[in-house]
Design a protein around this ligand. Sequence first.
Ligand code: ADP
Ligand code: MG
Length: 319
Amino acid sequence: MPLSEFQLIARYFSGLATAGPAEGVLLGIGDDAAILRLPRGEDLVVSIDTLVSGVHFPASLSPRAVGHRALAVNLSDLAAMGARPMWFTLALTLPEVNEPWLEGFAAGLGQLAHRAGIALVGGDTTRGPLSITIQVHGAAAPRTALRRDGAKPGDELWVTGRPGLAALGLRVLQSGAREEEPACAAFLWPEPRVAMGRALRGLATAAIDVSDGLLADAGHIAERSGCGIEIDTACLPLEAELAALRREDALALCLTGGDDYELCFTAPAAAAEPIESAAAALGLPCRRIGRVAEGSGTQCAGFCPERTGFQHFGASTDA
Ligand code: ADP
Ligand code: MG
């Protein structure tokens, strides 16, 4: 007998919470709705993301990696806001009740949830083509959240990690490599930069997480802030596996690859030292890659993109 919806939730999802009692959960999974309480005086920061099999991840991806990814991309949005992860809900559409798949999915999801200290407080389970929607809820003290619209001409542009490695990892995976291949790790196990995002409160003037490609996402900061952004290709972190590629290929992956879930942010020059020490304390590479200027759009001298990032419904992203 296949599991009923209620058995499925009880077996795989009811336990997906934090190590200790979850903060602010007055009523969790099992009722018609959850009752949650924010720390006194703090603001609620909310984001939602859907992953559709075959669109946002290869249909052959292991369930563990799918579970990790579904939460990671959402936590990355909280990271980009400098918010503290509190709770999440999970809307799961499954073609069938496949217990080995559910076990792997719940393990990947649960491990990251536990590490991030975010509690699953409810959801919905339906039958249909595989799709996973997670809504995350975070907390932020008033006026401390990082936004896209605060960049000022004269600020410097920064990026964490090694953007481009995820796109390279996907390429390696699609060429038939096994998931255990180290070169695939950056794509399979994106690490949301939650601690760095929180460290940037009061230092960064604007921030975004890099999901569509560095060039496109820096462009969102420029647009929302009403200024221009200049990226200096000579400063891009084209190390690690990217160093072995042709320079144009490495540049294209770094600037337009996407799926990195690194943080791209702006800050005044005076903030450089505390930013560098915060990154060093977290063991996270963090690099100045350009500046904010008067004007509009993103300039990147020496790079001519064929496409600037992934858009589901864009007519054309050709430059
Ligand atoms: P209702 O019919 O009242 O909407 P459901 O039968 O959809 O309730 O869900 C019962 C309980 O199980 C609710 O508390 C709901 O939040 C929770 N739930 C359902 N699906 C999931 C899921 N995929 N993950 C976590 N909780 C879930
Ligand atoms: Mg319901």
